[in-house]
Every structure is written in structure tokens, then in C-alpha cells.
Ligand binder design. Sequence first.
Ligand code: ATP
Length: 454
Amino acid sequence: MTAKTMDELVSLCKRRGFIYQSNELYGGLQGLYDYGPLGVELKNNLKQAWWKAMVYDRDDVEGLDASVLTSPKVLQYSGHEDTFTDPLIDCRSCNSRWRADDLVELRCPSCNSEDLTEPRPFNLMFKTNIGPVDDGKNFAYLRPETAQQIFTNFKNVLDSTSRSLPFGIAQIGKAFRNEVTPRNFIFRTREFEQMELEFFVVPGTDEKWLDFWVQARLKWWADQGIDPKNLELHKVKSHELSHYSKTTIDIMYGFPHGLEELEGIANRSDFDLGSHTRDQAELNIKSKVKENPDSATRLAFQDKQTNAWEVPYVIEPSAGVERGLLAILNEAYKVEKLEGGKERLVLALKPHLAPIKAAVIPLKRNHVGLVEQASKIKKTLQSLQLGRILLENSGNIGKNYRRHDEVGTPLCVTVDFQSLEDHTVTLRDRDTMGQKRLPVSEVPAHLQGMLGIK
Ligand code: ATP
């Protein structure tokens, strides 16, 4: 069973410290969210899972962490200055603004007026000043996608790693879009994180690699706890493709507000490297690119046998961290009926994503002997570096179990008076609510087992 409404997720996220409205103290800023004590852990765990699958588990991918502030030249040649726009419509009656493609009928969703302007392009990129003089000339963009600085670093990475095709460059980082109508909680925000891989391939092998990455990404989302039944592949229609794309497959997920894009996997052809490269005329670039007199570097690959230069094609799986979190929270949220007509809310997260891996709970709050024993167990478990282990010194075991069910902690370790005598503890499982007694010395291996490490 998935969450019934977005409101239930929003409420859980705020109550338990996953996600808060940003700048709430001063009325909030629309389209921005802050990640609280548990949100930051969940987010980091998701990013780590992506990095592990995309970089560590492969032998053909390198990592990168490039700057957010981006030279206007990069986004001029990438095509974003001209084409990274949404069609905007103003309501003349109430002055509200809408994305034209969001208006199903030609009426203002706010006041119902039909007195609307014609759609006009609105560029989604944020600008900021560079240096002390605000003369409108020295500015940078906040990157609208992490991808561009991967392309501009193509030669740096190639030269410093001696890679040959196919190979990829992966990056996780913030992206910024001045969305006209941010909404649906963290689904569409103005500041978000992307997990992007640019996978460079020999032209002609691109569609085969596109298929490969679509399948690999579907499997990865399933490994994060998304039921494959809730995912759909949509091939983007040719008239809806981004300016750089030859083919794009969107992975759609049934969010609480409807079926929408979770991740896009694009065949960006040789458009980006071709656009940013020097020596365009000598490189047989197949996409339509603007002439580039400004680039300092040739972004191409030389075949060692034939010495011929070629601009690689690139396949890009691009996933949003926040949309991933929303889907994962939606999948994990379960209300279970218990005996006696009671209910429990449980967040059945995959253990590797859980913000707290284990809570160690002394049966009696502030009892010196119990707290000391619990602290020792907490330290031992923490030293395994599996993620956050919490010492829960607040008494009331039942309340603690319920709280940890709600935040997805897979394991609770309870230290009671018997523990002081025989060095055994009670382990309580989040999903089955089953309890068993184990010697303290066996707890680390048990937790590692739950996390699939041993
Ligand atoms: P949409 O059509 O929903 O605006 P998009 O096609 O513009 O998305 P891409 O440019 O393909 O999105 O970006 C890749 C991924 O980045 C998306 O699949 C999504 O997960 C994430 N993303 C894009 N825009 C936003 C946003 N405003 N807020 C949160 N995540 C976003």
C-alpha cells in the first residue's frame, strides 16, 4: 500500500524532521525546502547508493564535482540561453503567471478569467553577479543542470585518466531552475540536486547504450525499494525533445499527484561536445551546432589505430534526488492494522537508505548501568561505519518503537536489567515487530546482515 495523499507525506516529513519549508520563519520562499536531521541522512544515503552503483561498481566511470556558478559562454554555446525556456502566460485580471502547458483550458486556474496574454518564452536560468561591480556585464548563471561542466571537463578527465571509449563521468550536485509554478512538495522546486552520468560512446553504438542504461536505471530504482509496477517508460515525442536530444526515454513514476517524470535518459548525440569544441570544421560533427570561435580546446577522441578524430556521442541518465526521495517515501509509507483495532505507521525503507540504522535504547531513562551498557553498544555499532546509530535515552520502550517505525529504523536494540547480568539484549525488527534475545557480541554481525554486508 502506498501513501494515500501527498499531505500525509508532507506531514510525516515535517513532524519527524525529514523536510521543512525553507525560510518558513519569514513566511517561506516558494519552491525551496530544507532537509532536517533525518532528511539529510536519507538524502545522503540515496546519493551514496547512486555513486556506488554508477562509479564504484563499474570500471568505466570517473567522478567529478564542478562549480555551480557557470560562465555565460558555457550556457550560450550549450543552447540554454536561447532555448531553456517555458512558455509563460499572464492573467490580466489577477496578475498571476502560469506555464502555458499547465493550462488545460484557456482560463486562469486562480480566478477563472479568460483574459490571458499570449504565451511568451521565459528563461528558467538564475543569474548572479560576479565581483564587486553590478554593471550587468560580470555575471554568471547558477547551473540549470550539472551536465554542462561535465562536457567542459571532458578533455581534463580524459587526459588525467587515459580512458578510452566507452567511458562515463558522473556528478551529483545542485541545479537551479526558476520554475514558473513550483509545486507538489519536493517534486518541482527551484533548487534541487541531480545525479547525472554522461556516458561517452562511439557514434553508432549510442542507441544500444541508451537501451542498456534504461534497463540499468530501472533495476537501480527497484533496488531502492520502488515497485517496478509503479514505473513506466515513456519515449519522448520528437516535437517535445530538448534541443540537444536525439532520443529520450523518461522513467515515469506514479507520484501521489500523478504519473510524472522521475528520471530522463537522453541520447544527447554529439551536440554538447560538438558545441563546446574548437576545430568544429575538422571534426565531422553530426548535430547542428553553432559556430564556436571562443572554445580553447578540442573536445574529441582520437582513435589510437586510425588516428582519426571523432566527437563521441553521449548517453545521459539524469535523475533528480528530490523526486527520488519523494518516490521512495511514497513507496515506504505504510499504515498497518494491528490486533485490537490499532494501527501503526511504518516507513519500510530499504535498510541501506534508512536515516538511522539502529537505535540503542536503555529500558530506564538515565539509569547509570543501563545507559553505560547502551553507550558501549552504540559506540561499537557506530565504529562499523554503517551510518547513524542513535542512543535513545528517553525511556518508554513502546513509544520509542513506534517512533522508530515511523522514521524507518530497521533495528532497535533494547538494554534491560537482564543485560547487565548476562550481556544479552533484545533486538526488535521494524518490519515483523518480532523480538529476539542475542548476546551483545552478536549484535554487530546481525546489523551487518540486515544491511546486506555480511
Ligand atoms: P520536467 O519535464 O518535469 O520539468 P525535465 O524534463 O525538465 O523535467 P530534466 O531536464 O530531464 O527534467 O532533468 C533531469 C531530472 O532532474 C528530472 O528527471 C527530475 O528528476 C529532475 N528535475 C528537473 N527539474 C526539477 C525541478 N524543478 N525540481 C526537482 N527536480 C527536478
